[in-house]
Design a protein around this ligand. Sequence first.
Ligand SMILES: [Ca+2]
Ligand SMILES: [Ca+2]
Length: 219
Amino acid sequence: MTTAGWLVLGFGTGNRGTLNVSNGTVTVSSDLYVGLNATGRVFLAGGTISAGSIHMNRGGLVDITGGTLIINGDARAIIGSYISNAWITANGGAGTLNVDYNTLNVGRTTVRAVPLAYGYNAWAAGWGVSIGSTTNDYDGDLLNNLGEYALNGNPTNHLDTGSQPTLSRVEEELFYRLSPAQRRYEPLLSRANLHQPWVGRLDQRRIQRDWHQCDGGGI
Ligand SMILES: [Ca+2]
Ligand SMILES: [Ca+2]
């Protein structure tokens, strides 16, 4: 999408303009107004928004989870003030933004969200104490750190072992309960899918007689 001039989100009183960008390029040849006199929202998840300049007011929000926002010239001061106002955020306010001028794009200001840290090491580093390796049980609740990580537990609180998975059988299907909060259930095993590869190691005859009697390799 390219505009020859302005792009205004939230132009007049009562207006509400939202721009969602997940790929491709949005080019605003001159000024990008986000919340000029009303509510303007930009959600940048991927791709590029390129503008001559950016102007925001109280009703404006630019939330960046991916992709790149590029503004002509050195816009670090105005971008910095918008970040201070929480008008430009990363990951809904949970992340941080990287702003550079003249490095990633010559003569232009580039704004990107710093990728959120993920994985065991990032998770383990966030408890204020050294909880140790994946096999350590720091809080002594008989669930090791990797188990706490997998089940959304608290590795420093022995009363919190996260969301424990449960298995339940409904007629011919065995269900693995992933998250009580989400109420999501995934069919794990049924007569209809006994021939799928991961079930192949199970003794189907015994499964059909008693769900609990199986050699278990597939589960
Ligand atoms: Ca533990
Ligand atoms: Ca725990």
